[in-house]
Design a protein around this ligand. Structure first.
Ligand code: PLP
Length: 484
């Protein structure tokens, strides 16, 4: 049985040293596309600053180099008789093992199932974990829609409250366990919020859940690229039963994600997607399903994506998750300190720079009196800073953070259904990757200071249906940058 490195402490807080300049530069050399410049309104080109890593990350060169070598040997997997098929099959099996170990899974009792992303992985889990409509699945109000909607048709979803500043309300979680008793069959919770960057104490939550005899699923889509995760052995009360993650958020954007869970659960019942690869034997009127993981991997799998994700896990391990986390905490502390000092900037969630170690570098904010759509457009058009704005596939949570009362929310919902998004409330979000720099954060702070003072150079118009703003004269030729 694997030894958990942190069996005493429940905290998954990182302990690494921040990176010095040469270590950061080494890390940046691992990342594809950091040298590109983007057009800005004054006619020049500026180094592009990507602060949208919570949505997706750029690729690691380690991944590209591995794929470059692998693709010469790529062929059909499973039952292909040729030499290349043997190599491809071995690479696919190795990828499963590398990723399983990266997350500290026990591969004798747990299985790694490949899918295309966390959303698909949760959909498979929701269809495959035995649930009846009266069973309760506890979710938090901070969940991404991908860890909420898939459960709704399968069971009774009960949302656990968040506190006014957006943290999980653990008292409410305890109340809900007590209130629903034996009806509770699963706690499905995010490892970290993609909106506020809060990191949930997954092992404490697992202990609580297990004390009620209930397994826990952790949506690690957001947590995995930022913190070391150990699923821990099954005899540890804080172990994680199910975990999902996406390769494209871990520097491997090649269409692969994983669902890790108990082998015994996936050895029962029919798969959610069936077809080639999922069976042992088929007759005209009968089928004998394959053992896990094949049972839940219908059709030809994305071997390239799996190999890419494994290569990214290796690279993250080489960098050291604690070192990476320490660097991101420094960026977050620096950003919060700067943002707090800009008049007109409203931060949501915990805005204390000293608490930066308790959260991810995902920071939501607004500028008083300015639409979030406009702020995001100005950052891109005038400063070459890429951010995301809106509700980030977490509508209920964003409405809580914005403290929007129900009747108001209803009127906005009606507008959106009627095809007008222009007045939709939302936030601007910056999110860091391991390669971002303090200088990039300073550039953002400079930009926001000017925007908050009303120093906007362009003349922007809003698309009422989409909500987005476009500068009237700024029409960069995308084809000059990339064209298929
Ligand atoms: C917390 C969380 N869960 C799930 C998802 C869905 O991930 P994917 O789009 O890779 O399926 C996201 C995506 O942003 C996320 O942030």
């Amino acid at each position: 049985m694997r030894e958990s490195p942190d069996r005493q402490g429940l905290s998954n807080r990182p302990r690494g040293q921040a990176l010095d300049k040469s270590a950061l530069s080494e890390m940046r050399q691992r990342v594809v596309g950091l040298d590109v410049k983007a057009p800005v309104l004054d006619g020049s080109r500026r180094p592009y600053v990507n602060f949208d890593n919570a949505a997706t990350t750029p690729a690691f060169w380690d991944v590209i180099e591995t794929l470059d070598l692998f693709l010469s040997w790529y062929a059909s997997i499973h039952r292909g008789a040729g030499f290349k098929s043997q190599i491809t099959t071995q690479a696919y099996d190795d990828a499963r093992e590398i990723i399983g170990h990266f997350f500290g899974a026990d591969l004798t009792s747990q299985v790694v199932i490949f899918g295309k992303n966390s959303t698909e992985a949760i959909n498979i889990a929701a269809r495959r974990i035995p649930l009846a409509s009266d069973d309760v699945v506890l979710l938090s109000l901070m969940e991404h829609h991908s860890n909420d909607l898939p459960w709704r048709p399968q069971a009774t979803v009960v949302h656990v409250e968040v506190t006014p500043n957006g943290q999980l309300d653990q008292d409410d979680l305890r109340r809900k366990f007590a209130q629903y008793g034996r009806r509770v069959k699963l706690l499905a919770i995010t490892g970290a919020s993609n909106v506020s960057g809060y990191v949930n104490p997954i092992h404490e939550l697992a202990e609580l859940s297990h004390s009620h005899g209930v397994p826990i699923l952790v949506d690690a889509a957001q947590l995995a690229p930022h913190r070391a995760i150990e699923m821990r052995p099954a005899d540890d009360p804080g172990h994680i039963d199910y975990l999902v993650a996406s390769g494209h958020k871990m520097y491997a954007p090649f269409g692969s994600g994983v669902l890790i869970g108990p082998r015994a659960v996936f050895a029962e019942g029919a798969p959610h997607f069936s077809g080639g690869g999922t069976v042992e034997i088929v007759t005209e009127d009968d089928v004998h399903w394959a053992a896990p993981p094949e049972r839940d991997e219908a059709g030809t799998p994305n071997v390239v994506g799996a190999v890419a994700m494994a290569a990214a896990c290796r690279a993250l391990q080489e960098i050291g998750m604690d070192r990476l986390a320490a660097h991101e905490i420094e960026l977050t502390r620096h950003a919060l300190t700067g943002l707090c000092q800009i008049e007109g900037v409203e931060l949501y969630g915990d805005d204390d720079p000293e608490q930066a170690g308790e959260r991810l570098g995902v920071i939501p904010f607004n500028i008083k009196g300015l639409s979030h759509y406009l702020v995001a457009a100005v950052l891109n058009t005038e400063y070459a800073i890429g951010v995301r704005n809106g509700c980030f596939c977490a509508h209920p949570y964003v409405l809580r953070l914005l403290d929007i009362p129900d009747p108001v929310a209803w009127s906005w919902r009606k507008q959106v259904i009627g095809g007008v998004r222009a007045h939709l409330p939302g936030l601007v979000r910056i999110s860091f990757g391991c390669y971002n720099t303090l200088e990039e954060v300073d550039w953002l702070i400079h930009a926001l200071r000017r925007i908050a003072r009303g120093e906007i150079a362009g003349d922007y118009e809003q698309d009422q249906a989409m909500g987005t703003f476009q500068e009237r004269t700024f029409r960069p030729e995308l084809d000059q940058y990339f064209k298929l």
